[in-house]
Ligand binder design. Sequence first.
Ligand code: GLY
Ligand code: MN
Ligand code: MN
Length: 495
Amino acid sequence: MAEELIPADSDEAAAAAGAEEEEQPIKQRKNGLYPGVSDELAENMTSGWADTELRDLEPIAQAAHTADRRAALSARFPGERLVIPSGNLKTRSNDTEYAFRASTEYAYLTGDQSEDGVLVLEPQGGGHRATVYLLPRSDRENGEFWLSGQGELWVGRRHSLAEAEQLLGIPAKDVRELPEKLREATGPVRVVRGHDAAIEAALTDKVTAERDEELRVNLSEARAVKDAFEIGELQKACDSTARGFEDVVKVLDKAEATSERYIEGTFFLRARVEGNDVGYGSICAAGPHATTLHWVRNDGPVRSGDLLLLDAGVETHTLYTADVTRTLPINGRYSALQRTIYDAVYDAQEAGIAAVRPGAKYRDFHDAAQRVLTERLVEWGLVEGPVERVLELGLQRRWTLHGTGHMLGMDVHDCAAARTEAYVDGTLEPGMCLTVEPGLYFQADDLTVPEEYRGIGVRIEDDILVTEDGNRNLSASLPRRADEVEAWMAALKQG
Ligand code: GLY
Ligand code: MN
Ligand code: MN
C-alpha cells in the first residue's frame, strides 16, 4: 500500500480538508517527507471528474424498523437530546487501522455502518427529530479528495448526504459541524459513551456518567425482543454458519497437515464471502484446547482420534451474528468415552432447549441443563452425590464451567448492559433469541478425574428463538446427535 501524501493527523491534512489556510497553494503545504505538489498538478486534480451522484435510491430494508426503534427510544427519554455515535477507526499501527465495525447502538437505530457517524435525537414537540451526522463526499476543490487520509481517493466513495437521507430515511448533515453544535446546545443531553472521544469531549460539561449509563442500559434492554427483520437476519447468520461448518469438515485433512489455523481461515472465508465478518473470534479448539473456553489462538495441532470443538458464527452484512458450537470427532467417529461425554452434553442441551418458551424464567434452561450434567457426573463417580447436594454446593461447576447461554443478536453476548431484573432474573418473551450451550470440560491436568477423561472438552451450542408457543432452533440444520454428526461428516467427506 502506498503512503498518503499528507498524513491524516498533520496540520497539512487539516488545511487540505479546508479547515484553515484554504488560500495557501497546495505545493507550499507539502510534508518534508513527501515530494511537493505543483500548482499545475493541484489544478489538474480539481477538475475532470464526472458527477456520480445517485438519485432515486430505495430505502434500505431495515429503514422502517429503525424508525420504530427510534420512536421507542424517543418515548423513553422525552425532552432530552440523545447522541449515539458510530465510532471511529482505531489505529493498528502507524497509518493502518483495524477493520471498522459500527457501534451496535448506532447501527440498530440507523441501519448505517459508516465510521464517524453520529445519530442525534433532538427534542421536538412531544417527541424527537432525528438527524444523522456523517462525513460527506470528499471536496475535490481543496485537495481533501486526494491528499487527506479520509479522502475518497484513499478510502473509497462515501454516500453523499442526500444519498444517505434516501437510504436511511433520516435527514443527514455534515458531522464536522456537530461538535460545535453540541457545545452550543442547551437542555438535558445523554450520549452513548465509549465510541467517539471527540463527541464526548464536546459534551463533557453537559453529561453525567450515571445518566449516560441509563441510556446504554435502555438501548441494551430494547434489543432483547427482536423484530421480524432481525429474526430473518439471525436465520441468515445461522444458515451461513452452517455452510461454514460444512466447509471445515471438508478440509479436516488439510487442517491435520497444518494446524487449527486452517479451520479458522476456512470458516473466515465463508464469513467474509457471505457476511460482514465473524461475529467473534472463532474458537477452533482441537484435542485438549477444547477445555479452554475461549481458545482463539488456534495455533495447535489437529489430530486424528481427538475432538474438534468449533465455536464460530457468521455476522451478516447487517451485523447480526450466529453463535454455534459443534464438537466433532476429527477422524469421523467418536470413541466410546468421547461419545459418553458427548451424549451427556447432548441430553443436557435437549433439556435446556425444552425449557425455552414464553413465560419461562430466563434461568430455567440453565437449571435444566445443569441438572442433567450433574446427574451424569454423579453416575460416573466423578463427584459424590446426591445430585441435590452437588447442585446446592455448585460442585459440578469444576467441569461445567460457564452459564448455559446468553442473549444473541447484533452482539454475540447481546443486551449485555441490561439490568439483572430485565435479563437473568427476567422472563422469556416471544422474539427473544438465546444460545443454549452446555458443556463438559476435563482439563488435561485435572487429577480428580480418571486419566482417560483428561483433555476432553465438549460443548454443543444452538441459537434458539422464543416463539409464541415454544421455540425454534435457528441452527437446527447442523446435526447435533452423535450418530447424525458422524453420518453428516461421512457424507461431506465423500462429497
Ligand atoms: N462464542 C462465545 C460463546 O459461546 O459465548
Ligand atoms: Mn459460542
Ligand atoms: Mn455462546
